[in-house]
Design a protein around this ligand. Structure first.
Ligand SMILES: *[C@@H]1O[C@H](CO)[C@@H](O)[C@H](O)[C@H]1NC(C)=O
Ligand SMILES: *[C@@H]1O[C@H](CO)[C@@H](O)[C@H](O)[C@H]1NC(C)=O
Ligand SMILES: *[C@@H]1O[C@H](CO)[C@@H](O)[C@H](O)[C@H]1NC(C)=O
Ligand SMILES: *[C@@H]1O[C@H](CO)[C@@H](O)[C@H](O)[C@H]1NC(C)=O
Ligand SMILES: *[C@@H]1O[C@H](CO)[C@@H](O)[C@H](O)[C@H]1NC(C)=O
Ligand SMILES: *[C@@H]1O[C@H](CO)[C@@H](O)[C@H](O)[C@H]1NC(C)=O
Ligand SMILES: *[C@@H]1O[C@H](CO)[C@@H](O)[C@H](O)[C@H]1NC(C)=O
Ligand SMILES: *[C@@H]1O[C@H](CO)[C@@H](O)[C@H](O)[C@H]1NC(C)=O
Ligand SMILES: *[C@@H]1O[C@H](CO)[C@@H](O)[C@H](O)[C@H]1NC(C)=O
Ligand SMILES: [Zn+2]
Length: 789
């Protein structure tokens, strides 16, 4: 029974009238809509870029096939239940976590985003038709639920799962797949915790609200659906009341939420992890001009622990058991739900201009990259002595000892890419795009199975790093299944960016695509088979001045070349990890060609340099098969193949698969090893890391017979101990590692000079005797022919 007294009625009426005014109020913050809309560098609308044929289009089309075939009515079943509306016979809930349990609604949000992105890309009506229908139905549910506030006969039933649901909301505007109560109970006076009891627990209610709101905003941005905007503004008004007035009809209610109450809520494991909820409200503030929405986004500032620590750059992602900040946070923080909080802080910064929000996001990103960053672009995992929840962040600087079977959740990478992109829009530091590219072409591309299905999204959850493990694809109704539907329908979103004044075009990614930049009168077509091939050709249509900034990837080792209309650039020196400016007055038909030779490289884990990965340009390679039973890792010895240019391609034979993917063969100690791109989406056992075994100092086939010792310097010290692992450990770089880090060598004399210098430092530290040092230098000198290119 709802008891709405007169004063409460007046309050509700007032709140509703504010809704009406604010929704039609003019925009009061300048800029374009959506993330980055007020930044100095801004995204294009998704429908301004079309993806061309290639690897990513193949992945996209498989997801589009699924999204298109899926019966959208299934997403409405739970919403209708909450609105007390009937459902058609035989239409089932999607399943997974979208089945009536406490995370329900999140997948509906992801699906809305995926539909609008799928539509933006090629404009097929089917996606818009499905989207419009869903938005209309959700709007109806919202209206029905809110209207119950005026019914005198509603009940306060909280876990209703039936078509007769008629619980009465506390505040107007709520809509979801679950009763409003599952959100409100997180706060005072009940402080619900994570669990599965529908009548008293909660899962991650604000995470869920965010997904639905994001889906509606994306529907508005990508397809101009104004009804979606109307629904999301009402949801935002509801959110404001829930986070200020709170659970006012609850016995024991003591008044508006305080900052302390909010801090207490957000520090709670899972239940309080609000994901990117704070991201949407500043955008709604921009659209409506209603400052309450900016206030709502700030309600999510976790000022008791994480937010303040991030502003101060005090890395507290994992803390010792006796030094846990705040009143009830866990020792280790959850990766996927905390990354998007900083995407939200970026949004607050973009619409309030308050620097501390930017600083928090930038500093947090710095804790993950490089300190917790695996070679495929992921983060998070277990380590010896930690609890066994690999969805959590590992301790700082732990890469080699955090390699886990079920670490590196795919949706964490989805969120890290968003954060890197948003930071780039403000700072234009190419490192963000190097990281974005790594995550996109490896983990994200690799998250989708290379087969078609209209039954399952065939997406990964964890992307295991334990050598010899295989990926699993399914994920209906999970976080990663949701963010995956999004990732594969927005491959065009970061290929190009533009300066706010339209004078510069940033070309960040080499992906076949066409940019239609009507505002500046340019169309730019990029033809490339990247990452299967290492060239790209841009054809410009349109006339006038424009500064085209081409990304020079950090992985370039040699021979990056750019020609304009077949003429090489006069000043041809380029720095990998920067942008190259082509600022000129362009004429229709101008052609820019880029050659960016891929090389075979290794990358070392920062805490254990003999734990390594093979990369081909931007592409991580995985060795196939499980390591032999007596070894944890595949082992490779590679230095004997190197010549003065230091090119690891000499260590492998390469072939091209029927798809055009490179396949390398290495002679391993346990037989030949096949290595192929990480993005190949099948279930073969494979390893992203191998163990480098270089027992002796060799120069080509010449073996000095002297052990290739380690100097044991420069290793990071774990902030939180790893059981049974000495920190910083004695796994430092070897003599040959240090020598070859200086490659390429112009001449054999230069090589010998480097060997002499490194020998000197090893002798000085007592790692070699004087005599051993002399033998090594003699070996290097004598190996002239061996090392000559
Ligand atoms: C809610 O409904 C779903 C099916 O629609 C069912 O699987 C689930 O068990 C129900 N939950 C409760 C608490 O009745
Ligand atoms: C309740 O009824 C009043 C009077 O008809 C109306 O002004 C108000 O908007 C209604 N409130 C809701 C939440 O529907
Ligand atoms: C009581 O609820 C039913 C449906 O739940 C509705 O049809 C009826 O109009 C309500 N009565 C009043 C007085 O609001
Ligand atoms: C949405 O509206 C804008 C401005 O009217 C227009 O430029 C854009 O093409 C429209 N987008 C879609 C997907 O209809
Ligand atoms: C409670 O919050 C609302 C805003 O949602 C505000 O209008 C009201 O003044 C607050 N009440 C108190 C006592 O602060
Ligand atoms: C540490 O080593 C001991 C002795 O080998 C072993 O019993 C224990 O399980 C190890 N601890 C962890 C966390 O691996
Ligand atoms: C870009 O970011 C990287 C990584 O944080 C940093 O090392 C580098 O100094 C930055 N570059 C510039 C130009 O700020
Ligand atoms: C594993 O066994 C093979 C074959 O017996 C042997 O060649 C190899 O050295 C062993 N590896 C290790 C790490 O013991
Ligand atoms: C290993 O690969 C090399 C080419 O890299 C080839 O010549 C050799 O036959 C292969 N060995 C086996 C056992 O397959
Ligand atoms: Zn996930």
């Amino acid at each position: 029974m709802a008891r709405i007294n007169n004063s409460l009625r007046a309050f509700v009426a007032l709140a509703m009238s504010v809704v009406a005014v604010s929704a039609s109020a003019p925009t009061n913050t300048a800029g374009d809509l959506g993330p980055g809309g007020t930044a100095p560098v801004r995204p294009f609308r998704l429908d301004q870029v079309q993806l061309g044929r290639g690897l990513l289009q193949e992945k996209r089309d498989r997801i589009k096939e699924f999204v298109q075939a899926y019966d959208e009515r299934r997403f409405l079943v739970l919403f209708n239940n909450q609105a007390g509306r009937p459902n058609p016979d035989g239409v089932e809930v999607p399943g997974g976590w979208e089945e009536g349990g406490l995370l329900s609604g999140h997948w509906t949000g992801h699906y809305l985003t995926a539909l609008s992105q799928a539509y933006a890309d090629q404009g097929e009506d089917i996606f818009k038709t499905k989207l419009n229908w869903m938005v209309k139905e959700i709007a109806t549910c919202q209206d029905i639920i809110t209207a119950r506030m005026n019914n005198s006969n509603g009940t306060k039933e909280t876990n209703s799962n039936s078509t007769a649901a008629n619980w009465v909301p506390t505040h107007p505007g709520y809509v979801g797949a679950l009763p409003e109560d599952t959100v409100l109970r997180l706060g005072p006076p009940r402080w619900a915790v994570y669990g599965s009891d529908l009548s008293k627990n909660t899962w991650a209610p604000w995470y869920t609200q965010h997904k639905i709101m994001r889906g509606l905003l994306d529907a508005y941005y990508n397809t101009n659906n104004t009804q979606a905007l109307d629904v999301v503004v009402k949801m935002a008004n509801w959110a404001h009341l829930s986070l200020t007035v709170g659970d006012k009809n609850q016995p024991g209610y003591t008044g508006n939420l305080t900052r302390s109450d909010l801090n207490y809520m957000w520090d709670l494991y899972i239940a309080g992890e609000f994901g990117g909820a704070n991201e949407v409200f500043p955008e709604i503030y921009q659209i409506t001009g209603d400052p309450r929405h900016l206030e709502t986004s700030k309600a999510f500032d976790n000022r008791e622990s994480l937010f303040g620590a991030a502003v101060e750059d005090n890395d507290i992602l994992v803390v010792p058991a006796d030094k846990i900040p705040g009143r009830r946070r866990a020792q280790r923080l959850h990766a996927n739900t905390h990354v998007p909080q900083f995407i939200g802080y970026m949004s607050v910064f973009e619409h309030s201009g308050e620097q501390e929000y930017f600083d928090a996001a930038k500093n947090f990103y710095g804790w993950v990259h490089p300190h917790r960053h695996f070679v495929h672009g992921g983060s998070g995992g277990n380590y010896p002595g930690s609890n066994s929840n690999s969805e959590l962040f590992q301790n700082r600087d732990n890469i080699a000892n955090a390699i886990a079977e079920d670490g590196a959740e795919t949706c964490t990478t989805y969120n890290l890419l968003k954060l890197a992109r948003n930071l780039f829009l403000h700072e234009h530091n190419a490192t963000y795009m190097d990281n974005y590219e790594r995550g996109l072409f490896n983990m994200i591309a690799g998250s989708r199975a290379d087969e078609s299905s209209t039954e399952s999204p065939l997406l990964t959850y964890f992307q295991p790093l334990t050598p010899g493990s295989s990926r699993e694809y399914e994920n209906t109704g999970t976080c990663c299944g949701g963010s995956g539907m999004e990732s594969h329908t927005k491959y065009q979103e970061t290929v190009y960016l533009r300066s706010a004044d339209g004078s510069a075009l940033w070309v960040n990614l080499y992906i076949p695509s066409t940019l239609n930049w009507a505002e500046q009168g340019f169309t730019i077509e990029q033809e490339t088979e990247f990452p299967r091939k290492d060239t790209a050709k841009f054809t410009i249509t349109g006339d006038g001045p424009l500064n085209i900034k081409l990304r020079v990837p950090a992985w370039i080792r040699k021979g990056f070349q750019v020609t304009v209309n077949n003429s090489p650039l006069p000043d041809a020196t380029v720095d990998p990890g920067t942008y190259l400016s082509l600022s000129r007055t362009w004429a229709s038909g101008d052609v820019v060609e880029v050659r960016m030779p891929f090389t075979l490289r290794i990358e070392r884990a920062l805490d254990r340099p003999d734990t390594q990965a093979l990369l081909w340009g931007p592409v991580l390679l995985q060795t196939l098969g499980a390591p032999p039973a007596n070894q944890t890792y595949h082992q490779l010895s590679l230095y004997r193949h190197l010549k003065l240019d230091g090119d690891y391609a000499r260590a492998a034979a390469v072939q091209v698969s029927s798809k055009g993917d490179p396949v390398f063969t290495f002679a391993g100690s346990d037989g030949n090893l096949t290595a192929r791109p990480y993005y190949v989406g099948d279930t073969q056992a494979a390893s992203a890391y191998f163990r480098r075994v270089e027992p002796n100092i060799v120069f080509g086939t010449f073996d000095t017979k002297i052990a290739n010792r380690k100097r044991n310097d420069g290793l990071p010290r774990y902030d939180i101990p790893v059981a049974n692992v000495t920190s910083p450990g004695n796994d430092g770089p070897t003599f040959l590692d240090i020598v070859w880090d200086s490659a390429p060598f112009e001449t054999h004399d230069a090589f010998v000079g480097t060997v002499e210098d490194v020998v000197k430092s090893f002798v000085a530290q007592g790692a070699f005797t004087q005599e051993e040092g002399e033998t090594i230098v003699k070996g290097a000198t004598g190996a002239k022919d061996e090392l000559e290119v």
